[in-house]
Write a protein that binds this ligand. Structure first.
Ligand code: NIG
Ligand code: FE
Length: 458
């Protein structure tokens, strides 16, 4: 039985500045920028010429990394000649054998609620008995029960929890995540969550980009008041946001814009105030019912609109119009959530792709609606329920997810100059990533040019 081994701090390739990844049956580079329309399904794949069993193919694709960045990718013989000629002697490269597997960029999870305390397995049974997600929240369960547990948790406990689940993410090939707060709903706890997320990212190997999600629900102490939601929104804008900005950990701001939670107008006020303080807007939009979320995301130029299981026709029009402009809003779909909530309405991914709206996929990892850390699992659900192709799904968890985090120039594809964040999978083509549900498909994870996880025996 093989197992995955975490390498603390990563192994620099035998002390050498260079790393060559050879022996791949396929490299899905995802080169060429944000994907939309018919390009959503172009994984920009390099393969070698067919070989007889056991013969090393001269033209098989090789990836060269240097000091943490990708230096070049291309057919082996040609690439090694170019390296030597360019002053990168082969003796300065360690070699990693992809053993006939496929290599992809490290996966990017652009929507997670990484940090929380407790668990909510009881709600699964309540939902089986017919209770609705928002009904459970209204009754003081759902997000509110996680808020109670999280407020009582120490930073150390949250950090330990974060390490555990980041380890699971890495084992599924994830190398960068976004992590939301939103289970504090008061300034001290929100700051604690953002600080722990930041520290976990500093410790590595996964990069963690923190998002402030103060407007995730109206907390219990505001619920008795007739103007509770409005009063809490004012608290978010006047007290939480200045504190969060002064702390300097959060990069983004998010709001749960949904009928029965926060209105588009309340969401707009929070996100505009956040943008004035330098936090880029993103949005939980139309998760359960058409709520004006997609329209708002397009209006304010959010980096991404997330969920979109139930956008209105006008909302889709707004996203399609935004996609024609300079800064399209990425539709970050979270189908594992729809699946786990046992809802029938999955996001209209095919319509979005037909209308040139760029589509990303993320886990939404959280204790209520999506307790999964696995992007390959999300790819499976996307293929089965959203009818995305495996190649479209791969673009959605790499280059498009990178763009959803504003990091499309740095990560998400295997191109010269980008960070050397790579996964070697033990399947010969990326088309098999969604095809083996719940399998452990990762052979090696490379982060910033260092081997941070490897399967033993290989
Ligand atoms: O994206 N809907 C809002 N937030 C999360 C769920 C949070 C929870 O239920 O704890 C989501 O589904
Ligand atoms: Fe979410």
């Amino acid at each position: 039985m093989s197992s995955l081994r975490l390498i603390q701090g990563g192994r620099a390739a035998e002390g050498l500045p260079g790393l060559l990844i050879e022996g791949a049956a396929e490299v899905a580079t995802l080169a060429g920028g944000l994907r939309r329309g018919s390009a959503q399904g172009d994984a920009a794949v390099l393969t070698g010429p067919p070989t007889s069993a056991g013969a090393a193919a001269d033209g098989a694709p090789v990836i060269a990394c240097w000091e943490g960045r990708i230096l070049a990718v291309g057919p082996g013989a040609e690439l090694t000649r170019t390296l030597e000629a360019g002053g990168y002697p082969l003796s300065r490269f360690a070699r990693l054998d992809a053993a006939g597997g496929t290599v992809t960029p490290g996966l990017v999870d652009a929507h997670t609620h990484l940090l929380f305390a407790g668990s909510r397995e009881g709600e699964l049974v309540l939902r089986q008995q017919g209770a609705g997600y928002l009904e459970i929240l209204e009754a003081g369960g759902g997000i509110l029960s996680t808020v109670a547990a999280t407020r009582a948790a120490t930073a150390e406990a949250l950090e330990e929890h974060g390490r555990r689940w980041l380890g699971e993410m890495l084992a599924h090939g994830t190398t960068t995540i976004e992590a939301k707060s939103g289970y504090g709903l008061d300034l001290p706890t929100e700051l604690r969550l953002l600080d722990v997320a930041h520290r976990l990212g500093q410790a590595g190997p996964i990069d963690v980009l923190p998002t402030w999600l103060g407007a995730h629900a109206v907390p219990i102490e505001y619920r008795a008041r007739p103007d509770g939601a409005e009063a809490y929104i004012r608290h978010c804008i006047e007290e939480q946001l200045p504190g969060v900005a002064a702390q300097g950990r959060a990069r983004f701001a998010d709001v749960f814009c949904e009928a029965g939670v926060f209105t588009p107008d309340q969401s707009r006020r929070v996100l505009e105030a956040a943008a004035r303080l330098g936090l880029q807007p993103r949005l939980h939009a139309d998760e359960i019912a058409p709520s004006g979320g997609a329209e708002l995301a397009a209006e304010i130029g959010a980096l991404s609109a997330d969920h979109l299981a139930a956008p209105s026709p006008a909302g889709l029009d707004a996203l399609a119009r935004a996609a024609e402009g300079e800064r399209p809003v990425v539709a970050t779909l979270l189908p594992a959530t729809t699946w786990f909530l046992m809802h029938d309405d999955f996001a209209p991914a095919r319509t979005m792709i037909e209308r040139d709206i760029p589509v990303a996929l993320a886990t939404d990892f959280n204790p209520g609606t999506s307790p999964t850390t696995s992007l390959p699992h999300v790819m499976t659900v996307a293929c089965l329920e959203l009818k995305m192709t495996p190649s479209e799904a791969l673009a959605a968890v790499t280059i498009n997810a990178a763009h959803a985090l504003g990091r499309g120039d740095e990560i998400g594809s295997i191109e010269a100059g980008k960070a050397a964040d790579l996964v070697i999978w033990r399947v010969p083509t990326h088309r098999q990533l969604p095809y083996w549900p719940a399998a452990d498909l990762v052979r090696v994870v490379v982060k910033g040019g260092r081997v941070v996880l490897e399967r033993t025996p290989a």
